[in-house]
Design a protein around this ligand. Structure first.
Ligand code: IMP
Ligand code: MG
Length: 194
């Protein structure tokens, strides 16, 4: 088996992409750099990596394996009440963490931070449980769309205000399995239908 498949192997999914912005190789290189930083910074602190399902799964899986110190991992899942409430950062916890986080060093791992409203809500929720520390690691950051200022310690790539899919990021549930990240063709992407 080849280590990675070429974009064209993803037939129907690849047909929906107008431009590949980050190849699987470019993502892997950057993820390894992030893992090296995390390993150095958290050496001796046994951090708990926390991710939000489902989008973070590919990034978390790859990041974990570039971290060379002992870590634990846990996930939560959220649901937006509606598109409208999501715009205001109102989300409901569908699945909470399994671990107790009091006095733990948390590294919150995200695929994408856009307005920051979702993350802000989740950080408030987690801070109330009194972890020893919380830092954020995101693969993609649309920093120009931020509505709330959040400290991001580890960032993979900055993105323009464009909707992207692949490597966990979806459009209506699809495209998560692409190993690269690209722009959707405008005839497929309807901004009000995310
Ligand atoms: P926000 O920071 O509260 O605005 O929401 C961030 C979430 O919106 C991310 O975790 C993604 O699930 C989703 N999201 C934002 N931009 C994109 C994109 O370009 N593609 C796919 N999902 C996105
Ligand atoms: Mg997400």
């Amino acid at each position: 088996m080849k280590a990675t498949l070429p974009p064209e192997a993803y037939g129907e999914l690849y047909d929906g992409i107008s431009k590949v912005l980050f190849s699987a190789e470019a993502i892997a290189t950057r993820v390894t750099e992030l893992g090296e930083q995390v390993s150095a910074d958290y050496n001796g602190r046994y951090p708990l990596l926390v991710g939000v399902l489902n989008g973070v799964v590919p990034f978390m899986a790859d990041l974990l394996r570039t971290i060379t110190i002992p870590v634990e991992v846990d996930y939560l899942a959220i649901a937006s009440y509606s598109a409208e409430t999501r715009e205001r950062g109102l989300v409901r916890l569908e699945k909470d963490l399994d671990e107790t986080i009091k006095d733990r060093h948390l590294l919150f791992v995200e695929d994408m931070i856009d307005t920051g409203l979702t993350l802000n809500y989740l950080l408030q929720n987690l801070r109330a449980r009194e972890p020893a520390s919380i830092e954020v690691c995101t693969l993609f950051d649309k920093s120009r769309r931020r509505l709330i200022n959040l400290p991001i310690k580890y960032k993979g790539f900055d993105l323009p205000d464009r909707f992207v899919v692949g490597y966990g990021l979806d459009y209506r549930g699809k495209y998560r399995n692409l190993p690269f990240v690209g722009l959707l063709k405008p005839e497929i992407f309807q901004p009000n239908n995310r």
